[in-house]
Design a protein around this ligand. Structure first.
Ligand SMILES: C[C@H](N)C(=O)N[C@@H](Cc1c[nH]cn1)C(=O)O
Ligand SMILES: [Zn+2]
Ligand SMILES: [Zn+2]
Length: 477
């Protein structure tokens, strides 16, 4: 029998302003995990979440993860774990999210202050972390509160696992999950993660696959200090020239990775698989809207989706040590570090990818005959994941989408990475579902990141409704 969700939905609508205020308070904490200076803010964000959950009656623990590898002066932020409800007659659902965010500076081009949630007349709520992933994490908190206020019994036991290093490769979390799988997480019947995005702006989706991510640094150094290009240009070997050459040899304009052997690691696309793409509601217009221009590599939807989900990609992210300010500084940087990453797919093995990358970059550098020195390393890696979308966990989520949005969700894969998804699956042996809240135009990781009010409020209804349907779904997959 379909659960009566009306009282819960009404309460979510009535509490909308206070839920937005909760998101405003969370966005105001600049919990940037990649920045040493912001580490105290990442800790403050852990406190904020722990307090919100404790106030609602959850049993909360902040579990330390020790020092950050390679940065012995820095403590890793804690994992906030919580239990809400302990009724052996109910199912137990483990939810994961992250409370850290990507960096954000006004000078990157934000139209509003990134850590000041700004809501416009269209209900777009701009702010770093609004969609990735503070909005969805607070969606679970809101769902608990709305049940309490509406006097509706919470349908499941909820276990929470919220981390503070996801945007930096989830340092330390794998070991924690493996250790807790038979302890704090032992009762979990299924796992749900809300940390990705719809394909478009109207239709929700359920996601059963993610790409992995191997992130690299290429350091080239030569002179002992930065030099005057008038005095030393033409006589000193310039690290930047070497680095630009190396970075330009990684990927072509069609997105094809140039590192020998990489593309051969990819599982061949089957005829059956190709047939899945035409039915997915997505158009090139959706892509143009999301990227804000028509500068796509491909002209068709199927090629675009396959490039995002099914094939690896290589992106060049930036150069540490390079002159990047406005103006015309005539400097020769003495040391530059190029950053790039490869999104990996089945059946690419992370170690094999690393070996191929290291060998190629070293070989290309040798060809230059440069007297500068090179160092290439993998900063972090996370494996790809593909699961079964036919499990009861997915069926419950599909019913919740139908109830809240009136449509059947698309079954999608995702081009981004959530490194711990596979860890949860392997450590708990349970099905993992990705249930996104935000839309394709949210601009996660970019300037002007936002979450639409509708996605946040209806998304809170969706998370609650999912828990009700999960409580009713037959166990058979
Ligand atoms: C999809 C998720 N919201 C996300 O943004 N994940 C990051 C994780 C990451 C960071 N470095 C490597 N992986 C991403 O896909 O970039
Ligand atoms: Zn995220
Ligand atoms: Zn992210």
């Amino acid at each position: 029998m379909a659960p009566n969700l009306e009282p819960y939905f009404k309460e979510v609508d009535a509490s909308a302003d206070s839920f937005i205020d909760r998101l405003r308070r969370a966005v105001a904490i600049p919990s940037v995990s990649a920045s040493d200076e912001n580490r105290k803010d990442v800790f403050a964000m852990a406190d904020f979440l722990a307090n919100e959950l404790t106030r609602l009656g959850a049993e909360v623990q902040k579990r330390p993860l020790g020092k950050q590898p390679g940065k012995p002066h820095l403590e890793l932020p804690p994992v906030v774990i919580a239990r809400y409800g302990n009724d052996s007659k109910k199912r137990t659902i483990l939810v994961y999210g992250h409370y850290d965010v990507q960096p954000a500076l006004m000078e990157d081009g934000w139209a509003t202050q990134p850590f000041d949630l700004t809501v416009d007349e269209k209900g777009r709520m701009f702010g770093r972390g609004s969609t990735d992933d503070k909005g969805p994490v607070l969606g679970w908190v809101n769902a608990i509160e709305a049940h309490q206020k509406a006097g509706v019994e919470f349908p499941v036991n909820l276990l929470c696992c919220f981390e503070g290093m996801e945007e930096y490769g989830s340092e330390g979390l794998d070991d924690f999950i493996n250790a807790e799988a038979k302890q704090f997480f032992k009762d979990a019947d299924a796992v749900c993660i809300s940390d990705n995005y719809w394909l478009g702006t109207e239709k929700p989706c359920l996601t059963y696959g993610l790409r992995g991510c191997n992130y690299y640094s290429v350091e080239v150094k030569g002179p002992a200090q930065d030099l005057h290009s008038g005095v030393f240009g033409g006589s000193a070997q310039e690290p930047m020239t070497d680095l630009m050459y190396l970075l330009s040899r990684l990927v072509d304009q069609k997105g094809k990775i140039q590192i020998p052997g990489i593309n051969e690691l990819v599982a061949p696309v089957t005829e059956e698989e190709k047939k899945l793409y035409p039915d997915i509601s997505y158009s090139m217009e959706n892509l143009y809207e999301s990227i804000g221009s028509k500068t796509s590599i491909f002209e068709t939807k199927d090629e675009t989706l396959m490039a995002r989900w099914r094939f690896p990609s290589l992106s060049v992210h930036g150069v540490e040590g390079a002159f990047s300010a406005p103006g015309a500084k005539t400097v020769i940087p003495s040391k530059v570090i190029g950053k790039f990453s490869i999104r990996t797919v089945p059946n690419m093995d992370s170690n094999e990818v690393n070996e191929l990358v290291f060998k190629y970059i070293k070989d290309e550098f040798k060809k230059l005959g440069s007297k500068n020195t090179l160092d290439v390393s993998c900063q972090h890696d996370g494996k790809w994941w593909v699961a079964s979308p036919f499990h009861w966990n997915f069926k419950a989520a599909a019913k919740a989408v139908k109830e809240v949005f009136g449509v059947q969700p698309d079954m999608t894969r995702e081009g981004g990475s959530i490194p711990v998804t596979l860890t949860f699956e392997q450590a708990t042996g349970k099905n993992v579902l990705l249930l996104p809240m935000g839309s394709s135009t949210d601009g996660a990781h970019s300037i002007n990141e936002k979450l639409d009010r509708r996605n946040y409020i209806e998304g809170t209804k969706l998370l609650g409704a999912y828990l009700h349907y999960v409580a009713e779904e037959e166990m058979a997959a």
